[in-house]
Each structure stands twice: as C-alpha cells, then as structure tokens.
Design a protein around this ligand. Structure first.
Ligand code: NAD
Ligand code: TYD
Length: 362
C-alpha cells in the first residue's frame, strides 16, 4: 500500500491512474479538494477496490497519523500543494500554510509512524517529495540546465514555499534519518490540468474564441515535460533512487511561451477550425507581464538518466497534439471545471468532517 497526497490534482491523478493500470498495489489518496482538486479526474478508478479516497488536509496531524496507523503504507508520495504562481502573487499565505506548514506537519506525522516500523519495513520505507525546478530561479539564455547542485534562488512566493518544503524534507533526512527522496521537475503538461495554467488555458480560450493572453513578450522559456513521462520518472525514483538524494526531471523540450501558444493554435486550426476560417493565432494578445517573471527554466537530467536510466519518451510536438485532442474529446470535463460543477458536487459529498468521511470510504 502507498499513500498519496494531492491525488485529485493534475499530476497526482495522472500518477494514480498510471499506478493502478501498471502496478498491482493499493493506494490511499489524501486530498483536501481545494479548487484544484477534482474527484472527476479519478472517475476511471473510483470503483477500483485497490483505491481509497480520504478527504482531508495534510496539515491535519491527527487525521494523517490515523491514516498511517490504519493503512501502514510502505511509501508516502507527496504531491499536495498550492501550485499556481499567479495565485501565489495575489495570496502568498495559503502557499506558506499548505506547502510549508502542511509539508512539515506531514513529515512529522510520517516520522512518528516510521519509528514504529520494524527494521526491515523502516529500511524499505520511502517519503517521496514532489517539487519544482522553480526553486532554482531563472536561467540566463545560454546557461546550461539546472543540475541538482544549482543554488536555490526562488523568485516567487510559490517557488519560495516549495524551496522551504524541500529544505524541511532535507532536514528530516539529515537530522532524523527519515528515508526521503526529492524530485524537482519542470513544467508538466497533459490531460486534466486545471485551465489556469498556460497550456489548458490557451486551449480553452482558443476553443471559445477568447483572447490568448501572453505575458510580456512571450519569450520566456520553459522545459515542457509530459505528465506521463513525469509519473514514470517518479516510479523509477521511488524504486531505485538513493535515500536523501534529489533528482531533477525535465522534458528535454525547451520552448518559448510564444512557440507553445503558436503550436496550440496550429494544431487547433487543423483539429477544430474556427467557424469564420480565421487562424486561432489571431486571438494572441500580449498582456502586462507577471511581476518577477522568471525568464527561463531548463533541466539537466544527467543524474536521473545516468544513475537511474530514465529519460523522457514523449516528444513535445506529439505530446501537445495528444493533449489538445484529449481536451477536445473531454468537453464535459472542461465544462464541469469551467462552471464549477465539480466544486459544488465535492462540497455536497464531502461536507462531513474528514474523519467520518475517512471511515465511510474505508
Ligand atoms: P494541482 O494544483 O493540480 O493539484 C494539487 C492537489 O493538492 C489538489 O488536488 C488539491 O486539492 C490538493 N491539495 C492542496 N492543498 C492540500 C492540502 N492542504 N491537503 C491535501 N491536499 C491538498 O497541482 P499539480 O500540478 O498536480 O502539482 C502537484 C505537485 O507537483 C505540486 O507539489 C507542485 O508543486 C509540483 N509541480 C507541479 C508542476 C506542474 O507543472 N504542474 C511542475 C513542477 C512541480
Ligand atoms: P504557468 O502555466 O502558470 O506555469 P509556471 O509559471 O509555473 O511556469 O505559466 C507558464 C508560462 O506561461 C509562464 O512563463 C507564464 C506564462 N503564461 C502566460 O504567458 N499567459 C498566461 O495566461 C499564463 C497562465 C501563463
């Protein structure tokens, strides 16, 4: 049994679906169902007897401790976070609460549980912390990609909160010998991403003939990683990563934001031409830049590829085409997110106190 946090979000749900398809091991998913947590992301596995959902907060120590005691997982994979940079600029405190305090409380509950394990189980146990390349700050145009030794220089409240969480994970390994692993990945894309992030937002707006808001000059560069490649990398790190180490995970697909938006437009021109025949690119609108906007992120994946044999397998041009097709094929999902219907559903179904919900699903 493994325990996941944040499994109703974009990456956590992709991980869970891949896990249940490819690994025959039960999984418990602890998720608070914030605006970014959508139980509909897991509709395809909700009736799988190997899957348990628990509605609750990683910062609820009593709940987390009771789950650990009850399910006795051999690993905890920590995805739960506030994850959107723009939201962190308008409201940083929620990021400190979940990403820093929440991670610390989770670590503490896991440490207490880990100390109860017999020596074989304690040695086999892993706490895998999912983090971001944004902790390293912004790269110059001709600099080589971020290695694991790159200095931490977080520039946004989001990346600062993730950096703090990485440091706590490191400290729990160093001080208490908790067997931790940390991954720092680049920008993910793929199905079920909340349409506030660049790629789903642009697809969504283009389909509704709304402006495509490109921040500043659009020449900021990100290293796009398909979410399924990322999830495979996490499994490799969980299985074979060295305790206490960090591994950077990237897509070997550096693209400027403008290049990404144009690729989306070109694909949609073929897959879903506009009624009047105008190209989708005519919707591109340059808007005010994000404050403190990092110019470039890129990953040097030599460590994970050399040591663990993982490398990305999905080339961006094919991955983006498949991703756009997924959004075209799942307009019901998009509509439910757009209208907030999934939020109303979640509020109705999960309004009971977390522990009673935990008991109800057990
Ligand atoms: P997301 O915003 O889509 O999902 C986050 C999930 O965490 C949601 O289901 C939400 O309900 C849950 N959650 C939030 N606060 C919680 C709390 N206090 N207790 C329990 N659950 C809570 O995020 P994502 O894009 O899936 O990202 C997952 C992880 O990967 C995050 O840690 C993020 O920092 C990291 N990451 C994401 C990207 C990316 O491109 N999306 C890139 C690098 C790193
Ligand atoms: P985002 O998906 O928010 O990820 P992150 O900020 O974590 O990299 O944004 C990706 C890039 O796209 C980033 O450089 C900001 C830019 N961007 C826009 O130009 N317009 C938008 O509407 C959004 C949401 C992002």
């Amino acid at each position: 049994m493994i325990l996941l946090t944040g499994g109703c979000g974009f990456i956590g749900s992709a991980f869970l679906i891949q896990w249940l398809n490819e690994v025959d091991e039960p999984v418990v998913n602890l998720d608070l169902l914030t605006y970014a947590g959508n139980p509909g992301n897991l509709a395809s596995v909700q009736d799988d007897p190997r899957y348990r959902f628990v509605h609750g907060d990683i910062a609820d120590s009593a709940l987390v401790s009771s789950l650990l005691a009850k399910y006795r997982p051999r690993a905890v994979l920590h995805f739960a976070a506030e994850s959107h940079v723009d939201r962190s600029i308008s409201g940083p405190l929620a990021f400190a609460q979940t990403n820093v305090v929440g991670t610390l409380k989770l670590l503490d509950a896991v440490l207490t549980y880990w100390k109860t394990l017999d020596s074989a189980a304690a040695a086999a146990f892993r706490f895998l912390h999912v983090s971001t390349d944004e902790v390293y700050g912004s790269l110059d145009p001709d600099a080589t990609g971020f290695t694991e030794e790159h200095r931490y220089e977080p520039n946004s409240p989001y990346s600062a909160s993730k950096a703090a969480s990485d440091h706590f994970v490191r400290a729990y390994q160093h001080t208490y010998s908790l067997p931790t692993l940390t991954t720092n990945c680049s920008n993910n894309y793929g199905p079920r991403q909340f349409p506030e992030k660049l790629i789903p937002l642009m697809i969504h707006n283009a389909l509704h003939s709304k402006p495509l808001p490109v921040y500043g000059d659009g020449q900021q560069i990100r290293d796009w990683l398909h979410v399924d490649d990322h999830c495979r990398a996490l499994r490799v790190v969980l299985d074979t990563g060295r305790i206490g180490e960090t591994y950077n995970i990237g897509g070997r697909s550096e693209r400027s934001n403008m290049a990404v938006v144009k690729a989306i437009c070109q694909n949609l021109d073929i897959l879903r031409p506009r009624a009047g025949g105008q190209p989708h690119a005519s919707l591109i609108t340059h808007v005010k830049d994000r404050p403190g906007h990092d110019r470039r992120y890129a990953i040097d994946d030599s460590k994970i590829s050399g040591e663990l044999g993982w490398h990305p397998s999905i080339v961006f041009e094919e991955g983006i085409r498949q991703t756009i097709q997924w959004y075209l094929d799942h307009e019901d999902w998009v509509q439910s997110v757009d209208s907030g219907a999934y939020r109303r559903w979640a509020q109705k179904h999960y309004s009971a106190p977390a522990e009673s919900v935990a008991r109800a699903v057990a």
